[in-house]
Design a protein around this ligand. Structure first.
Ligand code: C2E
Ligand code: MG
Ligand code: MG
Ligand code: MG
Length: 281
């Protein structure tokens, strides 16, 4: 509804801002319903060991398809979930679903299917919820050890209350989990936290990895992260590996793990399980 009165830009901008707010609210309502009705699911992107070529884990990535069949990506709904507090039930669901799924895969496989699942944790979720007892209880319910899971945190988790987050990370490590610092290199410039926190893996953000072969600066950043990780006794995962040349270069540079479209996009659970089955032979 554009009003004809007046001519300022502010006038023209108003209805637009209103629409954005309304759309956010609409999405929040829809997301709340989707969580309640179980319309979210996890897709699984394989992660490979670069030196052996072995499939070692799957990263669980949330997906949402609404009643009309419209598919939303995390970049659409995770920010809404974080602003509205829905990240708490969403994050709880993701942990429980990932644990349930790995137990199901083991059962079908007839024993330990040999991979871990990595679950993303949002900074806001860590501030507002108690993740450790939740994970502990899911593990007990499904009879799995914490060592079958990786938790991916971003540096933004460390900004507001680093001591509290450090405590949470130690609690999670106490369950036997692997801790990965996600999107490393894009967040926080104070690297002092690296020596204080129980971090096992640095995940090199895909903004440095994809297209790296044509960009000396990116190569320099990736090399620096790899040597930092090595010096600190941490492993590394490169995200966004889209070509086999890139995978070979990363392997030669000593990167531990890789994920990306050259291997597979995030897969539906059934397709991920099929990939596990092919590994048997
Ligand atoms: P992330 O944790 O850094 O996940 C990696 C993202 O990179 C995924 O996007 C994945 O599909 C994408 N990706 C992987 N390989 C390639 C590649 O070769 N090329 C390109 N172009 N992209 C690649 P996705 O699934 O859209 O997820 C985006 C972000 O949303 C994730 O980034 C993560 O921060 C967040 N997210 C996803 N699921 C959850 C969840 O359950 N909880 C929370 N808190 N955050 C989640
Ligand atoms: Mg991640
Ligand atoms: Mg990442
Ligand atoms: Mg990333």
């Amino acid at each position: 509804m554009k009003r004809s009165k007046g001519s300022g830009h502010a006038e023209a901008y108003q209805p637009q801002a209103f629409d954005i707010a309304r759309e956010q609210f609409g999405m929040e309502t829809a997301l709340r319903r989707a969580i309640d009705r179980g319309q979210l699911r996890l897709n699984y992107q394989p992660i490979y060991d670069l030196s052996s070529g072995r499939l070692v884990s799957f990263e669980a990535l949330a997906r949402w398809r609404d009643e009309a069949g419209m598919e939303y990506l995390p970049s659409d709904f995770i920010p809404v979930a974080e602003e509205s507090g829905l990240i708490v039930p969403l994050g709880r669901w993701a942990i429980e679903e990932a644990v349930r799924r790995l137990a199901e895969w083991d059962a079908r496989f007839g024993g330990d299917c040999g991979v871990k699942i990595a679950v993303n944790l949002s900074a806001i979720q860590l501030q507002r919820d108690s993740i450790t007892p939740l994970l502990q209880s899911a593990l007990t319910t499904h009879g799995l050890p914490g060592s079958r899971f990786t938790l991916e945190l971003t540096e933004s988790a460390l900004v507001t209350d680093p001591d509290r987050i450090a405590g949470i990370m130690h609690g999670l490590k106490g369950l036997g989990t692997t801790i990965a610092m996600d999107d490393f290199g894009t967040g926080y410039s104070n690297l002092a936290y690296l020596q204080k926190l129980p971090i096992d893996i640095l995940k090199i953000d895909r903004s440095f990895v994809t297209g790296m072969l044509a960009d000396r600066d990116k190569v320099a950043i990736v090399r620096a992260i790899l040597s930092l990780a090595q010096a600190l006794g941490m492993q590394t995962t490169a995200e966004g590996v889209e070509t086999s040349d890139l995978a070979q270069t990363l392997a030669a540079l000593g990167c531990t793990y890789a994920q990306g479209f050259v291997y597979a996009r995030p897969l539906e659970a059934e397709d991920a399980y099929a990939l596990l089955e092919t590994r048997r032979h």
